[in-house]
Write a protein that binds this ligand. Sequence first.
Ligand code: UDP
Length: 315
Amino acid sequence: MARVLITGGAGFLGSHLCDLFLARGHEVICMDNLITGSPDNIAHLFGRPGFRFVKHDVTNFIYVEGALDHILHFASPASPIDYLQLPIQTLKVGSLGTHTALGLAKAKNASFLLASTSEVYGDPLVHPQPESYWGNVNPVGPRGVYDEAKRFAEAITMAYRRFHGVKTHIVRIFNTYGPRMRLEDGRALPAFMGQALRGEDVTVFGDGSQTRSFCYVSDLIEGIYRLLMSQEPEPVNIGNPSEITIREFAERVVALVGARSRIVFKPLPVDDPKVRQPDISKARRVLGWEPKVGLEEGLKQTLDYFRGKVPPARS
Ligand code: UDP
């Protein structure tokens, strides 16, 4: 049984990681400052043996008593509207927070896994994106606060590996969806599902021809667990390579909800990537991992969750 610290543990992905590590018999310390995370995501874990919650901002010195085997650094605003509203916090948690978490890993002789992102590829000029692609990021655009924070986080993670010999891993996470996303986090899936459930117009940005590739959360979490247990030091893409235009994605959500919502078009946010699809050959080869949950099945599971969050639309 290992003792694991999960920063951002009350967030969407962090809370699913808490569940997985507890289910596999590990002890979990969940740390979160609750800026974008929510106690609702971990309410079912309070009082459970092996689980502890600590409210803390990881950009400040982290104190953990006793041994630690693994640190998973997931603390960060992660949806475009969150990091546009919290630009300084986003930069600080990716830089200072990653430094602090790496310092703790070094002090505890723990392995360290960084939650990085497909945003390190920016608006990609190579498609699909392999890990060897260095990206096309605008450092001074509004998304730069997230993209550059994560690029810095990758660089300092590699420096701690090379200079201090910390056992590190970097996962580049592509668009992921599932229960515990925040209804109002502004990302495509909660926006579309919330709008469809309320019977409102569904807002597609731009002409909807931009693409994304959506991975169901249980697949992503399994890939992360395998990466942590592996010896792989270089970044690994984890995501679902099945690519869809945002317009078609919106139509699929509206049809599944059975709503009469119309699709309306709004201006495309600045620097919104035109395409995105992970090349997952490396994850297949090194981790023996690939996603198993298709879009239809994943959307149904997610809809069950969101139905409980949105009052039924009046007809
Ligand atoms: N999007 C949209 N309508 C919305 C929210 C998002 O059309 O209400 C688009 C957004 O412009 C982007 C895609 O959906 O092209 C995915 O956006 P999301 O915020 O989920 O994450 P991103 O992949 O851009 O980080």
